[in-house]
Design a protein around this ligand. Structure first.
Ligand code: PMP
Length: 295
């Protein structure tokens, strides 16, 4: 994780993280009213490359707009600032966390002052390190009509954290969250796919964050000739499927070993997820790009 010496970008300048401190009256701290995103840079043959930087920063700007906030930079400016920040920290493999948070105001109307923070920390290759034991969570996500499910809003992550805490306390690695009707939605910070009889299935948009990795995987599956169906399904339907995995910027493609203690049938090495991980890993670390976007 970031150390005190890590340089961050804050309100127009590059400063040491330790210089920032905490504003005890930040509205984001009190009410969770702020937005963030998550990106990864990979060390490639042509130097550090941020995976799908444009898509991530466009989502960041969109998340802010969902809360009637304006990011004070364009997508191109944010990308350029981030490359500068990586260079200042001498980082190539890194996790990148932009956040728009609010200044002082204890009333329930957005503070005038908005702050833009971009933090980076070293995060080496993760690529399918461990398989996870997952617990179906008792936490259900809110009704999409009542909440902005498709935006990365700070306060929204309390569902993910409560779900994960519940799973960890019971000895699992992570949670699988349900939507408000009890259908499978997603992991606490990743999307969910399962494999059965040579085909992949994933929940449709509605109660999930439409992950950039999720879309990448749908595209890569097509390249492998694998069909992906977006459908609603209950956790009970997962009892007899062949395999499953999470996708996301942090998790990349992470295979699941079991769900509620019931192991998946296939060995991970023989799954479509494993084949996709190899393809994905190759694409993000080789110089197969088009502008700022790999794949
Ligand atoms: N769902 C949630 C709740 C997430 O936080 C994330 C991580 N951003 C994802 C899915 C995966 O999205 P992405 O592939 O864009 O990282």
């Amino acid at each position: 994780y970031p150390t005190k010496n890590t340089i961050v970008f804050h309100d127009g300048s590059f400063v040491k993280g330790e210089k920032l401190g905490v504003n005890p009256f930040s509205q984001t701290l009190h009410y969770g009213y702020g937005v963030f995103d998550a990106l990864r840079a990979y060390d490639t043959a042509l130097g550090p490359h941020i995976f799908k930087a444009r898509e991530h920063y466009e989502r960041f700007i969109q998340s802010a707009e969902n809360l009637q906030l304006k990011v004070p930079y364009t997508t191109d400016e944010l990308i350029n600032i981030t490359y500068q920040l990586l260079e200042k920290n001498s980082m190539t493999n890194a996790y990148i966390r932009p956040m728009l948070y609010l200044g002082t105001n204890m009333e329930l109307v957005p503070a005038e002052k908005k702050h833009l923070l971009i933090a980076v920390w070293k995060w080496g290759k993760y690529m399918g390190k461990d398989l996870l034991d997952v617990k179906v969570s008792s936490v259900q996500k809110p009704k999409p009509k009542n909440f902005l499910v498709e935006a990365k809003i700070c306060g929204q992550y309390l569902y993910s954290m409560v779900a994960n805490n519940e799973a960890r306390k019971e000895g699992y690695d992570a949670a699988l969250m349900l939507d408000y009707e009890g259908y499978v939605a997603e992991g606490p910070g990743s999307n969910f796919f399962y494999e059965n009889e040579g085909k992949l299935y994933t929940p449709p948009r509605g109660s999930i964050l439409p992950g950039i990795t999720r879309q990448t995987i749908i595209n890569l599956a097509a390249e492998l000739g694998v069909e992906v169906e977006e459908r609603l399904f209950t956790p009970e339907e997962l009892a007899n499927v062949d395999a499953a995995f999470f996708t996301g910027t942090a998790s990349q493609i992470t295979g699941l070993k079991s769900i509620d203690g019931k192991p998946f049938k296939k060995k991970w090495e023989d799954t479509i997820g494993s084949a996709l991980l190899i393809k994905y890993g190759h694409k993000v670390t080789q110089s197969e790009y088009d502008g700022y976007s790999i794949i």
